[in-house]
Structure formats: C-alpha cells, structure tokens
Design a protein around this ligand. Structure first.
Ligand code: NAD
Ligand code: IPM
Ligand code: MN
Length: 353
C-alpha cells in the first residue's frame, strides 16, 4: 500500500536538507507518494499567509510530514512561526516532541570527556501549551507605560499525557525519567507539573524518577550527560535544553525531532531541531544528518520500522566513515553527504532482501 507523505521544505537551508532526506528515503525503495507543500516565507510574500487556508485538506491522507525549517529575515519570526510550525503543532494537537540526542561514532563532541556510547538522551518536550500557549497581549504601545504579557498555561490533561508518555518511553530504555521544572521560582504551573509527575511515577514502579531544577539540569547535561536517559520538560525548557543537547551530539545539524500525537491518528511532523540557518543558506554546506535522522523517525511512525533501522544504520555508517560536512569536521557538501547516505541505504536494504 502506498503511503502519502507531505514534504514541506520551508525556508533557508530547509529545502537543502529535506532534498537529501528525501533522497535517502527514496533509496530504500518504499512505496511512498510525496506530496509537495510549498509553504513558508515565499508563500507569505505572495499570499499574506505562511500556508493556505485549506492546509488541513492538503494534509488529508498524509501519514506524516517531513519538514525542513521556517524563518526568513524578511518576515518577522513571530509571524512566520505562529503562521506555520506553531500553528500545525497546536491545531493538530501534536503534544509530544521527541528529540533523541545520541552522540554517533565519528562525530566530534565539544565536551572533553564523553565519547560515543556515553551520550544517549531522549528529550520529550511538551509541545502545545506551557510557555507557548500563545496567550497574552500588549497595551499602551510606544508609551513609557507599555506592557507585554505572555502567559504560561499548564493543564492537568496536558501535563499528565506527556509525563505518562515519558515513563512509557523510559520503560523501553534505561528506565530513568528526569523531569525538568523551575518550581522554586514559579509557584503555579511547574508545581502542578511536579505533583502530576509524582502521581504518574507511582504508576510506573519499575522506572526511576527524579525531579531536577532546569538550571541545574543544564549544568548536569554538560558535566555528566551519561547520567541522563529520558528527560521530560515543558515547551520552552524543552526547546532550550535540546539546542544544548544538539551541541553535545555534535551541533545543530545533527539533531532530529518528531512532533506527534501518540494514538491519535493525526499525521506526525518530522523536522530537524535546527532552524533555517540564514547564515549558511544557499551555500550547499548545511549538514543534512538531522533531517535524515528525522526521516528515520518518520518511517517508524508510518509503520516502516525495518526501513527506519536501515536508514539509521546508513546514517551511522556515513557519520563514522565520512563524508561529513564542515560543521562536524569534514569538507563535504550537503549533497555529497545525502548521496553517500542514500548509496549506503540502498546497499543495506538490498542486502536484507
Ligand atoms: P538555526 O538553528 O537556524 O542556526 C543556529 C546556528 O546553527 C547557525 O550558526 C547555523 O548556521 C547553524 N546550523 C543550523 N542548522 C545547521 C545545519 N543543518 N548544518 C550546519 N549548521 C547548521 O537558529 P537561528 O539562527 O536562531 O534561527 C534562524 C531562523 O530559523 C529563525 O527565523 C528562527 O526563528 C528559525 N527557526 C525555525 C525552526 C523550525 O522551523 N523548526 C527551528 C529553529 C529556528
Ligand atoms: C524548535 C524551534 C521552534 C520552537 C521555533 C522556531 C518556534 O526553535 O522547534 O525548536 O521554539 O519550538
Ligand atoms: Mn528550538
């Protein structure tokens, strides 16, 4: 059966890395029907919207979407992001943002101690509420009395589902959940989060649970990343911690993510953690590894688990043996890396047939 997959290249380096992720997936010989979604900042300049009004219909029948990044210096970020990625996360209720941070062999780590095998963290970021609820406003604009209010919203339902998911994920891994909050300074939302975490932990006696203040956790990620297994955090904390995690696994170009609503039937949205990287866009030097890794998460989501493992193995082989882009110590182009992963993926899947 053919699966429809949306392809949303977006802005900046997005189209460059997505092209290579698609090339690598195509090398696996699956029956996929790619549906182009030409949304982003160019769409905004032409139509005044980041994506068409009927975006939901365009996604009809798609099992998943592979996305690059959005954001262009010609459009204010709060307009482009709230018009596309944040809108999709909220409207599709993609409440779980999974971000694996594993240091692969051959990838330089900026920390002195850890090598491959020492860094294997899985971040689960709450993805629809918290500090990103979008509630707030501004008044008295331009006057000395101007105010800007941004309200965090934590619901028991929202917090509980993400925490329960973290414990289920930990059951299939090393069995430890670290929950990051800031309930010493913020006394409502994060305190609710801590209370729910305590309750949910009680449902999983086989999984270890620890509550860590997010500032201390940032330091611990640098000092001792090997002590972390599944880290669950609010929307904003998860955002910040996963750029740090990306750096630890070799840089922004390495990190992958899955925006999903487990058990809902909604299409998942798979994208590298990095943004549109305007500083290197158009030069053909962006690292496609995070986008390719995201494609492996996508394949798993649409039920192609074996293909997912094959593609991940191909990516790992290329990270170990090269070619590599310059951000991870090589001198290859985006395309050369994509072609190498595709060739290796084709080789590995032919062997397993
Ligand atoms: P960024 O992730 O785009 O770039 C940060 C740094 O990482 C830059 O030096 C960049 O060159 C480098 N980098 C990023 N991706 C890389 C890759 N694949 N290979 C090699 N180096 C890479 O973050 P930013 O500069 O803060 O944001 C740029 C734009 O992207 C902004 O408009 C921002 O809002 C947007 N953004 C979008 C998403 C998304 O769509 N999911 C995510 C993050 C940022
Ligand atoms: C991410 C990005 C987004 C976020 C931005 C672009 C809104 O940084 O996916 O990590 O903050 O969620
Ligand atoms: Mn981010």
């Amino acid at each position: 059966m053919t699966t429809r997959v949306g392809l949303l290249p977006g802005d900046g380096v997005g189209p460059e890395v997505v092209a290579e992720a698609r090339r690598a997936v195509d090398a696996l010989g699956l029956e996929l029907d790619w549906t182009e979604l030409p949304w982003g900042s160019a769409h905004w300049h032409e139509h005044g919207r980041m994506m068409p009004d009927d975006w939901r219909e365009a996604l009809e029948g798609c099992g998943a979407v592979l996305m690059g990044a959005v954001g262009d210096p010609s459009v204010p970020d709060h307009i482009s992001l709230w018009g596309l990625i944040l809108e999709l996360r909220q409207r599709l209720d993609l409440w779980a943002n999974l971000r694996p941070a594993r240091l692969l062999e051959g990838i330089p780590c900026p920390l002195a101690g850890p090598g491959p095998g020492d860094v294997d963290m899985l971040f689960l970021r709450e993805n629809t509420e918290g500090e990103y609820s979008g509630i707030g406003g501004r008044a008295h604009q331009g006057l000395p009395s101007e105010v800007g209010i941004e309200t965090s919203v934590f619901t028991r339902t929202g917090v509980e589902r993400v925490l329960r998911h973290a414990f289920r994920l930990a059951e299939g891994r090393r069995g430890v959940v670290t929950s990051a909050t800031k309930s010493n300074a913020s006394r409502y939302g994060y305190v609710l989060w801590d209370e729910v975490a305590e309750d949910v932990a009680g449902e999983f006696p086989g999984v270890g649970y620890e509550r860590v203040l997010v500032d201390a956790l940032a330091a611990r990620m640098v000092r001792d990343p090997g002590s972390l297994d599944v880290v669950v955090a609010s929307n904003l904390f998860g955002d910040i911690l996963t750029d740090l995690a990306a750096a630890i696994q070799g840089g922004m170009g390495m990190a992958a993510s899955a925006n999903v609503a487990p058990e809902s039937g909604e299409p998942g949205l798979f994208e590298p953690v990095h943004g549109s990287a305007p500083d290197i866009a158009g030069q053909g030097i962006a690292n496609p590894a995070g986008a390719i890794w995201s494609a492996t998460l996508l394949l798993d989501h649409i039920g192609e688990s074996e293909a997912s493992r094959t593609l991940m193995a191909a990516l790992e082989d290329v990270c170990r043996d090269g070619p590599r882009t310059r951000d991870i110590g090589g001198d290859a182009s985006t395309r050369e890396v994509g072609e190498a992963v595709a060739a290796r993926a084709a080789e590995l899947s032919a062997r397993s047939r």
